[in-house]
Design a protein around this ligand. Structure first.
Ligand SMILES: NC(=O)c1ccc[n+]([C@@H]2O[C@H](COP(=O)([O-])OP(=O)(O)OC[C@H]3O[C@@H](n4cnc5c(N)ncnc54)[C@H](OP(=O)(O)O)[C@@H]3O)[C@@H](O)[C@H]2O)c1
Length: 253
């Protein structure tokens, strides 16, 4: 059987690295993508189970970035059957204490990376899928959203807004890409112990975060990766349009 090919954006660390590892263990050939830290991405790549993986770099938040990322993944792997839009940034921007210049700059950068990046990557992926000999059927797109879209992000409103928009984009595209046989889903993780979240775990905060979940622990990247790997599979077609909570029952909706 032909091995399926997956592109994981932001695969150089944190949740993306765990997703790349899980997909490789499931038999995929994986393109590990990062923005700038190719040494970290290479270390993830070298540790992946199996062979035939690839390294892709590029800023998802710049015009042209998405095209280059899809083109590079397709050139190295031959195609992309699974796109995991995981790369994302978080910006602290409390409205009452942030200058207007910083407020504007943060909004634009977060929208560029967290929302326009995935939208552009999906456009270029669909363009590729429609042209490939076997057609688009069976492809999967999994977007990494956030619990913050539902619970609110009082000190990071652009982050919360872009994740809510990414969930909405997931649902719209699940409808528009269904006729092509492409399933589109999202996960909405709660707090996960990664570089992005580490600064929020200082002092008493760590215990408070642990208590958010009745399971009494803080999530590891592998907790999210397990859900993404399942959604990436061919058997997950009927989940299309779903935004799956991966938050240890810390926020129920
Ligand atoms: N950690 C949490 O608590 C949590 C909770 C809910 C949702 N999430 C979401 O999960 C995803 C991964 O989070 P994480 O905690 O694993 O983050 P992380 O440890 O900060 O890693 C972020 C990854 O994204 C890449 N990246 C950042 N900006 C980029 C850009 N402009 N273009 C291309 N790649 C870029 C980074 O590449 P470089 O290393 O090259 O910069 C890195 O590989 C994000 O979408 C985040 O919003 C995280």
């Amino acid at each position: 059987m032909t091995r399926r090919c997956a592109l994981v954006t932001g695969g150089s660390r944190g949740i993306g690295a765990a997703i790349a590892t899980e997909l490789a263990a499931d038999g995929h050939r994986v393109a590990v993508h990062c923005r700038a830290d190719s040494a970290a991405a290479k270390a993830v790549l070298d540790a992946l189970p199996g062979t035939g993986h690839a390294l892709v770099t590029g800023d998802v938040g710049t015009p042209g970035g998405a095209r280059g990322i899809i083109e590079s993944a397709v050139a190295q792997l031959g195609t992309v059957d699974v796109l995991v839009n995981n790369a994302g940034i978080y910006a602290e921007q409390p409205v009452a204490t942030t200058s207007y210049e910083d407020w504007q700059a943060d909004w634009r950068r977060v929208v560029d990376v967290n929302l326009l990046g995935p939208a552009d990557l999906i456009w270029h992926l669909v363009d590729h899928l429609r042209q490939r000999p076997q057609g688009p059927r069976g492809a999967r797109i999994v977007n990494v959203g956030s619990r913050g879209a539902y619970r609110g992000e009082p000190d990071a409103p652009a982050y919360g807004a872009t994740k809510a928009a990414l969930h909405s984009l997931t649902q719209s595209l699940a409808q528009s890409l269904g006729p092509l046989g492409v399933a589109v889903t999202a996960v909405a993780p709660g707090f996960v112990r990664t570089d992005l979240a580490e600064s929020m775990l200082v002092g008493d905060a760590e215990e408070q975060v642990r208590r958010q979940s009745p399971l009494g622990r803080i999530a590891a990247p592998s907790d999210v990766a397990a859900a993404v790997a399942w959604l990436s599979g061919e058997r997950a077609e009927w989940c299309s349009g779903a935004v799956i909570d991966v938050n240890g029952a810390s926020h129920l909706r």
